[in-house]
Design a protein around this ligand. Structure first.
Ligand code: ZN
Length: 155
């Protein structure tokens, strides 16, 4: 049995999502330098777009910014993602990505992981398969950006 969020909790979650949608955190552009990578992703089903920039130094996300357009789920999710990942090591960021992806596919244990912070407010989205893509879009960009950054450091 799922333990559904009680109504006041649900309202709180909706407020959090709206707050990040209306006042996105880390929105903007980084100054390009040798340690910056950029990825642009789209979700044509919904019309969401995200351009994500990371500055990675010594396997750590020193800075992260995005520009985007689209539905509240996609934009709130990427905004929350940036607040959690700023300053994190790449391995931790991959871990958060795995947990969030698990939560979006209905993993209830993942949904209780405090490492997900505000992103847990999006747990209810997992019941709407069409919106799952919206929620995961920022993480899709993140994974591509981290791979790009790693292959460049190794190459
Ligand atoms: Zn969307």
């Amino acid at each position: 049995m799922t333990d559904r969020a009680t109504p006041p909790m649900k309202a709180l979650y909706q407020q959090l999502i709206l707050d990040h949608y209306r006042n996105p955190r880390n929105r903007g552009e980084l100054e390009e330098d040798g340690s910056t990578v950029e990825i642009h992703v789209r979700n044509p089903t919904c019309g969401d777009e995200i351009r994500l920039q990371l500055r990675v130094e010594e396997d750590r996300i020193q800075d992260i910014k995005f520009l985007g357009d689209g539905c509240s789920i996609s934009q709130a999710a990427v905004s929350m993602m940036t607040t959690i990942l700023k300053g994190k090591e790449l391995d931790e960021a991959f871990g958060v990505t795995r947990r969030f992806t698990g939560m979006m596919h209905g993993d209830e244990e993942a949904a209780r992981d405090p490492a997900l912070g505000n992103l847990r407010s999006l747990a209810g989205v997992s019941r709407f398969p069409v919106r799952v893509k919206c929620a995961l879009l920022g993480f899709e960009a993140l994974q591509e950006a981290m791979k790009k950054s790693r292959s460049r450091e190794e190459g």
